[in-house]
Ligand binder design. Structure first.
Ligand SMILES: Nc1ncnc2c1ncn2[C@@H]1O[C@H](COP(=O)(O)OP(=O)(O)OP(=O)(O)O)[C@@H](O)[C@H]1O
Length: 645
């Protein structure tokens, strides 16, 4: 891994404006992330078309925005700029969803904090046309929106001096149905793009099509995945579908899964089932999905970013979750750094007619239609691009439909060089899941593991990721009756009621409906009354986990913890110093029960360390059962155990 370069150093080498450097330091961004270092000089000085490609969460937004803003600041300060060019738009940024456009607009606001008088911005908002039009009339320097909104506000935009067109999350544009809008933008709104920038975490077939259509001899800036350094660890656990709720609840309850945590499901109903299950056990969970109004979705995400906890998300529309055969990558080089483009002229690759099809105008150009069958056009793509904050854990409750969507989902954690863990629950006996898992493993970087050869040496080995989590479901068998009981209470009717309640909440807190309620108080009363009636019941007694239900290793840990709190034993040595939240407990041979317990506490096995990974305690349980020890002893009194809580 290359040494990070401080922005101050880059600033003096490349001549970055003080205003931008001050904004970066206000955001506490001291070092440029690799894609940012790589992109700056190419976008800024070479001025050529660019494809930015690095994995999710590596800072691509700042990577294109910084040089684009610097370019604008330089030209705005140039003497002799015409008055018109001073009030017309210099750069447009296209995103596939309004949520992402909002997020990008807020990054832009932060970066222009000290130069907002020179660089003004506008996020195109169809629901607030008068304000959008007034900002455009004032001559917003940078305009952000979906391709659809650009076409909608076509006659209000002054793009005669537009120099840069950025297409962010380019891999989603066509599957969101923006092919035709992109044609309008590039043909009639900005017919001669001076510099095109395409940004993507995955290089699927759609990116290739767009690249051919919009860019001219682009430099492909591709920063190699540095996950071998171990920032994102990925595991999978094969479980019967019916046991997924059990695993999720127990892992969350026992702190095996750390929060903030995102749980991805493949449909809205499963999201609510998971939420209700967790809530019955006293665990709050938010839900976001495409059926929600955008402002409600944004509020839930904001709350999650502020408070953490569990967020249950579906990034698919219902019926979209069927696993698909995937398109092969178009084969861009894996090399780090700048790779030269191989094309001549915009819109057409020389000597290759592969993707070229006659469009409806009869012109010879690539068809801008999606390769993927999925059509998430509801204006959300929660598995992609959304910058959820400080997420420690991503759980794929359901396997996503493609390996690309897996990459985006797990990319919600381990962002900006931080660490994180992704756990995927694979349905036992599902051939689809098995096939997709192999496909995912082919695309993810392997997991480095240390294997002890003797006392002094170790060898590094690599396991495919996601790696199997060796966890014996028998360890949590004791929880089954609670979960099954609660699951029975999570009926379809309750799921629907919860959805309705959330919709009512949204209506009650809607700014737009406020005046309606003022004029029609009866409507407000009715909504409030219905809301109170459908309030869910939480079983408070289920909040606590009795000690006898804990896996054996954890019971020991609890006792040790209690001892330490009382000032006896344990000490630093016994403390869990590892930072990998997925952990398991080793099986010990020989020695007294007490000694074994201590060894077990000390030798907790962390999933990143060795091939001891995830040893189960069930062997010990068998040993005890055979010898009539512990809860299999004739003297065992479970009521005492319960009292120990
Ligand atoms: N130089 C930096 N130092 C520290 N944090 C940074 C830096 N640049 C960006 N970040 C943070 O990194 C996170 C990820 O950035 P960003 O959303 O731009 O990534 P991305 O590569 O576009 O991800 P995705 O592909 O998922 O859209 C953000 O929370 C951002 O605030």
């Amino acid at each position: 891994m290359s040494t990070p370069t401080p922005f101050q150093e880059l600033g003096s080498t490349l001549g970055l404006s003080t205003a931008l450097l001050k904004s970066l330091s206000r955001l506490s961004y001291v070092y440029a992330l690799p894609i940012q270092t790589a992109s700056l000089s190419v976008i800024l000085d070479e001025g050529r078309d660019v494809v930015l490609n690095s994995r999710t969460g590596t800072g691509k937004t700042v990577a294109y925005m910084l040089p684009v803003l610097e370019k604008i600041l330089r030209t705005q300060n140039k003497p002799g700029e015409s008055a018109d060019s001073g009030t017309s738009t210099k750069c447009i940024i296209l995103l596939p969803t309004t949520d992402l456009a909002d997020q990008t607009a807020s990054v832009l606001k932060s970066l222009t904090y000290y130069c907002s008088d020179i660089v003004t911005s506008c996020k195109l908002d169809r629901s607030n046309s008068p304000q959008t039009r007034s900002l455009l009339l004032d001559g917003a320097t940078v305009v952000i929106g979906t391709p659809g909104t650009f076409v909608h506000f076509k006659s209000d935009l002054n793009l005669t001096s537009c120099e840069t067109v950025v297409v962010d999350e380019a891999d989603l544009m066509l599957s969101h149905g923006y092919g035709d809008d992109l044609k309008v933008i590039t043909k009639s709104m900005v017919p001669s793009i001076t510099q095109g920038v395409m940004v993507t975490a995955t290089m699927g077939g759609d990116v290739g099509k767009l690249k051919k259509f919009m860019l001219n001899k682009p430099a492909v800036i591709k920063v190699k995945d540095d996950r071998k350094a171990g920032t994102l660890k990925q595991f999978y656990l094969t479980v019967p579908s019916a046991d997924k709720g059990l695993v999720l609840y127990v892992f969350l309850k026992l702190g095996v899964v750390k929060q903030p945590c995102i749980v991805f499901c493949n449909d809205v109903e499963t999201c609510y089932r998971v939420k209700l299950l967790l809530e019955q056990f006293g665990m709050r969970a938010g839900v976001v999905n495409g059926n929600m109004p955008g402002n409600v979705r944004r509020k839930v995400v904001e709350k999650f970013n502020d408070d953490g906890g569990v967020l249950v998300v579906t990034d698919l529309e219902d019926g979209e979750g069927e696993k698909e055969e995937e398109e092969e990558d178009e084969g861009d080089s894996d090399e780090e750094g700048v790779e030269e483009g191989k094309k001549e002229g915009k819109g057409k690759e020389e000597g290759s007619g592969e993707d070229d099809e006659e469009d409806e105008d009869g012109e010879d150009e690539p068809a801008l239609t999606a390769t993927e069958k999925s059509t998430s056009a509801t204006g959300f793509a929660l598995g992609r691009g959304v910058d959820f904050k400080r997420v420690q854990f991503v759980i794929n409750y359901d396997l996503p439909p493609t390996s690309d969507s897996y990459t985006h989902r797990v990319g919600r954690t381990a962002r900006a060089g931080k660490s994180g863990v992704a756990l995927t629950l694979v349905s036992k006996g599902s051939a689809d899941d098995d096939r997709l898992l192999s496909k995912i493993q082919e695309t993810q970087p392997p997991l480095p593991m240390q294997r002890a050869l003797d006392d002094l040496t170790t060898a590094q080995e690599f396991a495919p990721q996601p790696a199997p989590l060796s966890f014996d479901l028998k360890e949590i068998e004791g929880f089954r009756y609670r979960v099954d009981d609660v699951k029975r209470a999570v009926t379809k009717v309750r799921v629907v009621e919860t959805m309705k309640r959330e919709l009512k909440d949204a209506m009650l807190s809607s700014d737009r409906l406020r005046s309606h309620f003022e004029e029609n108080p009866a409507d407000l009363q009715m909504l409030q009354h219905d809301k109170n009636r459908s309030e869910g019941r939480v079983q408070t007694h289920l909040k606590h986990v009795p000690g006898y239900l804990l896996p054996k290793g954890m019971q020991v840990a609890k006792q040790e913890k209690r001892k330490r709190r009382r000032g006896g034993g344990g000490g630093k040595e016994g403390r869990n110093k590892g930072n990998d939240p997925l952990q398991s407990y080793g099986e010990e041979e020989g020695g007294t029960e007490e000694k074994k317990a201590k060894i077990s506490e000390k030798n907790r096995v962390f999933l990143d360390t060795s091939d001891d990974v995830g040893k189960s305690t069930s062997g010990r349980n068998k040993w005890k059962m055979k010898r009539g020890k512990g809860k299999w002893s004739k003297k065992y009194d479970p009521t005492k155990d319960r009292g120990k809580k």
